[in-house]
Design a protein around this ligand. Sequence first.
Ligand code: SF4
Ligand code: SF4
Length: 251
Amino acid sequence: MAHAHSTRIQEFIGDPVSDSPAVGREQLEEIFQDIQKDIRFDHELNGCLNCGICTATCPAAHYYDFSPREIVQLLWTENLEGIYDAMQEKIWACAQCYTCAARCPFDNSPGGLVMLMREAAIKHGMESAKNVLRPFSRVMLKLISTGNQLSPDMINADGFPDWGPNISKVDAPLKILRKAIPMPTLNTTETAWEVNLTTSVELYTIWEETGVLDQLETIDENLYDVILDIMDEKREDLEDWEEEQADEDDD
Ligand code: SF4
Ligand code: SF4
């Protein structure tokens, strides 16, 4: 399905109050093109009846000012200002449960389209993306530097003050409990499981080649610098280890 020269593009109407655009037309088009040119776009959007089945079954729509039907309509009609506006806040309400995708008679995936919009928001360094991701900087640090998700030692009152007093219920002798788990890779509390050095360095290459690190730099420059330092150290560790192995083989 070709969208680039579609006739569905709506006229630019500007801000109804100030009569001026929130951002320039060029940037609006660039953001939309980034969403549209993604290989997943045509798979996730096949048309829209505006029937509202997706919104009726969407859990996020029950609690927030958010409607997957509206998101799909904005993309389908190529309402560039509306898309930009939704990216300021609404798209972050989606729980990515994909109930909408299971229900849509057009086989659309509103949740998948939301994901594309989120990725574009990150790529363009939108404030909404920075605000949403800021509280997760510890998790991103862990994820990117170790290839792990949330680790047991992160689940504490300092790490998650927003969890309130119930966090104390997680206060447990984690080191002992973890040692009781049969798999050796799980006998650690610093990471969810142990990832060997070679795999970690391979993951860094993936983060680099796929543009994940570029996106991180756009969103959080300090975190990006910290992660780069960790990557350099681990790469040196791997080189040292490989040299040691080579020496041992020579002996
Ligand atoms: S995305 Fe699908 S379910 Fe939602 S309004 Fe459009 S056609 Fe209906
Ligand atoms: S994936 Fe998002 S939009 Fe779709 S039903 Fe779940 S919360 Fe709603």
